[in-house]
Design a protein around this ligand. Sequence first.
Ligand code: MRU
Length: 367
Amino acid sequence: MKIDGQPYRTIWLAEDGWSVEIIDQTKLPHRFEVESLCSLDDAAHAIRAMLVRGAPLIGATAAYGMALAMRDDSSDVGLEHAYDVLMATRPTAVNLRWALDDMRMRLQDQPRDVRVERAYARAAEVCDEDVAICSAIGDHGLALIRAAYEASPGDAPVNILTHCNAGWLATVDWGTALAPIYKAHDLGIPVHVWADETRPRNQGAALTAWELGRHGVSHAVVADNAGGHMMQHGLVDLCITGTDRTAASGDVANKIGTYLKALAAHDNGVPFYVALPSPTIDWTLTDGVRDIPIEQRDQEEVTHISGKSASGDIVSVQLTPDGTPAANPAFDVTPARLVTGLITERGVCPASAMGLAELFPELAEAS
Ligand code: MRU
């Protein structure tokens, strides 16, 4: 996507041909800063501290992290060490495991002297594949938005509610949930996005609002608690969210609060779609609510909030009384029965084991 007319991905190889550059998402929306990753530790830190985030981008960064690691130690020990360090960074997004398994499988049978070159080549492919996948998700989701537009009276915009950030910042480009919205907007279909603020880290208020604004898509940020009321009053035509891990049963883990939106959508007859690339499917799990690991994050993300002060400084302030404890589960799981459909690169399917297996028979059989 473009920033001030210049095309960007979220991760790319630097001009030196070996270091990796990323947009530091902890600085957005108030500052646009590019960060260099020069080592395995840099890549692991970028994922752990959420300079990069979003399931597909975590996978792409891990792939480049393996390439950076191979420069320092391309032995079998070095390969296993890199795998373990990167795997320990964040627990919920399964794209991390997918990318690391893929890289290890392709490198472990190669002689040491070609591992660096092969790792960089595969990491670049992982990124290019993600762009193609997300573009295809956009095309399939576009059909749903077009149908909603054609069913609505006059030239009224299609009102779409999304949670967290599943836009191009969460992937290498295009995004998952936002890809159909960009495609609809670019074709002149009027869309309006309700961006949930997404406490505690505010990826909706900071990142979704930033990227939609840069692309000129009509949007407004809403407090997380507003969605149910808005759905009751006919202000939401459909919901589209992303997911960090989808069980083979169609249950979807996504940013905390997604489940409540799905419940409200169900109660109000609002279609609730989830957009995902196939590397987000965990074919080993048949019960997402029971089995998807949920990341527990620092209490300070709940007790404090950061933003831009009147003088333009970025400041963090405490919301709660001194010493108040907080709980911070970062994701929740929406059961498949609350999901109207899954938007994938191969089309839209029911959120069910059969729906996924029909679209991806070779992956379902291999599991
Ligand atoms: O904690 P984050 O910011 O990595 O969580 C991201 C999300 O929950 C996204 O909605 C999800 O990764 C889907 S992304 C395409």
